[in-house]
Ligand binder design. Structure first.
Ligand code: TD3
Ligand code: ZN
Length: 312
């Protein structure tokens, strides 16, 4: 199946009330491990990269990095029989967003959520105009997530205002929207009990009627934390969004579930385990084997949980 527009995947998920996980990558190995999970579960896949990943892969040149990712993802997509899309996550810099569009990403996020509402709307409108002209779909964010986005730190959480969401979608023509409902990025999401604002989510879905995105959605899989810690890691105090809560958000209209931390944790768990048990191996294809296997496991479980298994 081909390399597809992200909206082809999300429209279907939106109509049938399931969600597709969007997995962040920085390199080939994570991509391979994710695709393995997608094939196993017969699920559509959304691969995403940050601006930092573009710079990293391009050895300092984001456009070159964007091309590296497009070429990699397209090559796999063209020869696999599941739909795969490539998305720019948290685009904040117009130069990076334009580079992603130019390189051939399926969709981009314009994240001006840290700006005042009107300014967010204006920036989103501009990107929508450019992106739509070349068949690229667009995600925007309303409200603020606490935590770390690449190197942008936001201290306070501001939840989405549903009426603003309605106006925002109508005026910008954005294709899918990330409403802040209480999650945050990274491995330390909740101090106490995990809690999200379901009512707010429900209202945003009713008022906008478009696919919705949950950011900061990693579950911080306990099994992976335990393996990593058994072999020397210290992830004390880490906590993610429990599976049951994710399921509930999907029922209420979430269609794209952004996942980065869970894959990073699975990879490091597998890498630590392997290196602990084998002090002689130095072939990267071999010493990353367990790491990739654990990433695939986390991916497969997530696709099953979110309801996209069997939808490809
Ligand atoms: O946009 N992302 C991925 C990048 C955030 C930095 O980890 C998410 O919303 C997923 O966040 P997480 O940390 O829950 O996987
Ligand atoms: Zn995010």
């Amino acid at each position: 199946m081909p390399y597809v527009n992200t909206m082809d995947i999300l429209e279907k998920a939106h109509k049938e009330y399931y969600a597709v996980a969007a997995f962040n990558i920085n390199n080939l190995e994570f991509l391979q491990a994710i695709i393995e999970g997608g094939l196993e579960k017969r699920s559509p896949l959304i691969i995403e990269t940050s601006e930092g990943a573009m710079k990293y892969a391009g050895m300092g040149d984001p456009l070159r990095g964007a091309r590296v990712f497009v070429n990699m993802v397209r090559e796999f997509a063209d020869s696999m029989d599941i739909p795969i899309a490539l998305h720019l996550d948290h685009g904040k810099d117009f130069n990076y967003i334009l580079a992603a569009i130019k390189a051939g990403y399926s969709s981009v996020m314009i994240d001006a959520s840290d700006k005042p509402f009107e300014e967010n709307m204006q920036s989103t409108k501009e990107i929508v105009k450019i992106a739509h002209a070349v068949g690229v779909s667009v995600e925007a964010e309303l409200g603020k997530l606490a935590g770390i986005e690449d190197n942008v730190v936001s201290a306070e959480t501001v939840l989405v205002n549903p009426d603003e969401a309605k106006q925002f979608v109508e005026e910008t023509g954005v294709d899918f929207l990330a409403p802040a409902i209480g999650t945050s990025h990274g491995a330390f999401k909740f101090k106490g009990e995990a809690k999200l604002d379901y009512d707010r989510l429900k209202k945003v879905k009713e008022l906008t009627g478009i696919p919705l995105v949950l950011h900061g959605a990693s579950s911080v899989v306990q099994e992976m934390v335990e393996i990593a810690e058994r072999y020397g890691a210290d992830f004390g105090g880490s906590k993610g969004v429990p599976s049951e809560i994710l399921k509930e958000t999907v029922k209420l209209g979430i269609n794209k579930v952004n996942t980065d931390t869970d894959l990073r944790m699975a990879f490091i768990a597998g890498l630590r385990e392997f290196l602990h048990n084998d002090s002689k191996e130095f072939d990267p294809r071999k010493y990353m084997k367990t790491a990739k296997k654990y990433v695939t496991k986390v991916v497969s479980d997530r696709l099953e949980l979110l309801g996209s298994a069997g939808k490809a």
